[in-house]
Write a protein that binds this ligand. Structure first.
Ligand code: GFB
Length: 250
């Protein structure tokens, strides 16, 4: 069960309970059925809120997560604990990846519950139709690393076939590819040829200011992996949404 900042703020208990049940049902069923390997998803938003940067895989349990998504964060951290248990007690190779903010075609474009990029893409689509301004929530100052879903899928196949640690691995673009929410909104506006005004609504929460993650461990394994350039990935996602508006999750 995933969602954007605002859905997390509204439903921390649901995020905790639902994900804890998913964790145990999936992992224990896999164990009982003799499944060789399971790759679960954590997220770079589950790391401690008070931390040094860049964040790396060793820091997952070093302090409380940001208050906005504590339910999701603690539930996801328990996957790492459970994977360790299956490894020590049963020799299972159950592991986890830690993607940064994912976006791409087939995303959840729901404005209230979805993540920032699909939310902005949907908002620009509507603003162009109505000739209104684009309202970006918050100050636009927070910073995020975004990974294109197609790049994440390529990395997932590599993890499934080649990565043999139980310890989690961060799957993210580099620290140098981090952008502000304002820059992300400008990239969406450019990709959709939106000429209207960008307004910022600071009455809406900013959430975590930054959660800059290091992909040094990934780079040690795959030094030559090429991420899709951010603006190219945004353009492809916007084109997908415009072409599939009727059937998109929104
Ligand atoms: O993707 P997002 O909702 O979640 O991004 P997080 C929230 C940031 O984008 C905040 C700003 O700074 C918002 O103020 N923002 C601006 C918007 N306009 C919009 C908009 O139209 N929609 C949304 N959603 N945000 C989540 C975690 O944190 O990251 C989840 O809460 C999950 O658990 C996800 O792990 C990957 O990046 O802040």
């Amino acid at each position: 069960m995933v969602g954007g900042l605002f859905k997390n703020i509204r439903s921390n208990l649901d995020f905790w309970r639902t994900n804890i049940h998913i964790n145990d049902n999936v992992l224990h069923s896999a164990h009982e059925m003799g499944v060789e390997k399971v790759v679960s998803c954590l997220s770079t938003c589950i790391f401690p809120d008070k931390t040094t940067y860049p964040i790396d895989e060793t820091m997952i349990h070093n302090g409380p997560p940001h208050s906005s998504n504590f339910g999701y964060s603690y539930a996801k951290r328990m996957i790492d604990i459970q994977n360790r248990g299956y490894s020590e007690q049963h020799g299972r190779r159950f592991t986890a990846v830690i993607p940064t903010n994912v976006f791409g075609p087939h995303d959840n474009f729901n404005i209230e519950d979805g993540h920032v990029l699909p939310g902005l893409i949907h908002k620009v689509h509507l603003a162009k139709q109505s000739g209104s301004a684009l309202t970006v929530w918050g100050t636009g100052k927070p910073r995020r690393q975004f990974i294109y879903s197609l790049d994440l899928a390529r990395l997932f196949l590599w993890v499934l076939r080649e990565y043999d640690e139980v310890e989690p691995i961060i799957l993210s673009v580099g620290e140098e590819d981090e952008v502000s929410i304002r820059e992300a909104a400008e990239a969406v506006a450019e990709a959709m040829d939106f000429r209207g005004e960008l307004l910022f609504d600071p009455s809406k929460a900013d959430g975590q200011f930054k959660k800059t993650a290091s992909n040094a461990k990934l780079r040690r394994y795959l030094p030559g992996f090429q991420f899709t350039p951010f603006r190219k990935a945004v353009k492809e996602t916007c084109a997908w949404f415009d072409a599939n508006y009727a059937d998109a999750r929104k």
